[in-house]
Design a protein around this ligand. Structure first.
Ligand SMILES: C[S@@+](CC[C@H](N)C(=O)[O-])C[C@H]1O[C@@H](n2cnc3c(N)ncnc32)[C@H](O)[C@@H]1O
Length: 287
């Protein structure tokens, strides 16, 4: 009996790790079973154990996405932790506006965006800076491994509980319209953000595709190998003078690619950015 119980849980743990990098602790079997109970019911399985065993059977394609969606932690809120958004607005944005003045374009990646609150918080922050950004092309791209989360992000409709977490009343009235019990993000904010499904551990965008990356509160669910892989991929996607925002309890300390900022362990810059700053007179000869 114990072996049988272990085996469905092992199948599940292996699959979640393989598909997302997320590690499920070995003592979480009963938590996981209750979390998957409604998915099992919806798909016609007698219980979570049978549902998980279907990952290694002919119904794999049918059960895979619903299981992964149920197992990832989508916890998020608007302007989560506040300080990173203040730092983005007061420090990072002015620095990037100066650095990109010649091209007047800024590309921001919200990696592991969950149901969209973080990406829309960035878009609202930029809207407040509309004057400084007049004439600029700004792209915000949100990605997440969960299809359900991405669909919710695209819909941009939030309930009362969700909008109460992190939004000031003035922001709610300015950037949302209410219909029945839901608040929908206004069109001019929504059209600035593009969302797509992506597994960050097995896909890398074009090298240097983004000037600023938010990848907050994913790393804490990964093991050391997953964290290293993630930071390598983020490093590939970031411009050499860009900025990486991590979650409040996360840091790039120990990474070969990133250097955490002093007193802000959740903000990091490519190591090459430090090297460039120390070589201000370097010129490309014969280019
Ligand atoms: C706790 S939420 C963080 C949301 C948001 N960044 C924040 O800090 O509020 C973690 C998100 O990471 C996503 N995720 C987990 N593994 C992923 C992977 N390999 N690639 C992309 N997203 C992943 C989950 O689906 C979930 O939406």
């Amino acid at each position: 009996m114990l072996n049988e119980a272990q085996s469905w849980f092992d199948v599940l743990r292996r699959e979640v790790k393989r598909s997302t990098g997320v590690v499920i602790e070995t003592d979480r079997a009963s938590f996981v079973a209750s979390r998957l109970a409604s998915v099992a019911r919806d798909l016609g399985f007698p219980d979570s154990q049978h549902l998980c065993m279907a990952l290694i059977g002919p119904r794999r394609a049918e059960v895979h996405a619903p299981i992964i969606d149920a197992m990832v932690v989508n916890e998020t809120s608007f302007f989560r932790d506040k300080t990173p958004f203040e730092t983005f607005c007061n420090t990072v944005l002015p620095a990037m506006l100066a650095a990109r003045a010649n091209v007047r374009a800024l590309r921001i990646w919200c990696a592991a965006c969950s149901t969209g609150q973080e990406a829309y918080s960035i878009a609202m922050t930029l809207d407040e800076e509309a004057r400084a950004l007049s004439g600029w092309r700004v792209e915000i791209t949100g990605v997440d491994v969960s299809q359900t989360a991405i669909e919710a992000a695209r819909a941009g409709a939030y309930n009362q509980f969700q909008v109460q977490r992190g939004l000031a009343v003035s922001q709610l009235l300015r950037y949302f319209r209410r219909s029945r019990d839901m608040w929908t993000i206004s069109e001019h904010i929504r059209e600035r953000v593009r969302f797509e499904r992506m597994n960050l551990l097995d896909t890398t965008p074009r090298a240097g595709a983004f000037d600023v990356i938010f990848c907050r509160n994913l790393m804490l669910y990964l093991d050391a190998h997953g964290r290293r892989t993630l930071l390598e991929r983020l490093s590939g996607a970031l411009t050499p003078d860009g900025y990486l925002f991590l979650g409040a309890t996360e840091t790039a300390l120990g990474s070969e690619d990133f250097q955490p900022c002093p007193n802000q362990p959740w903000l990091a810059r490519p190591r090459s950015a430090g090297a460039q700053a120390q070589r201000p007179h370097l010129r490309v000869v014969g280019a």
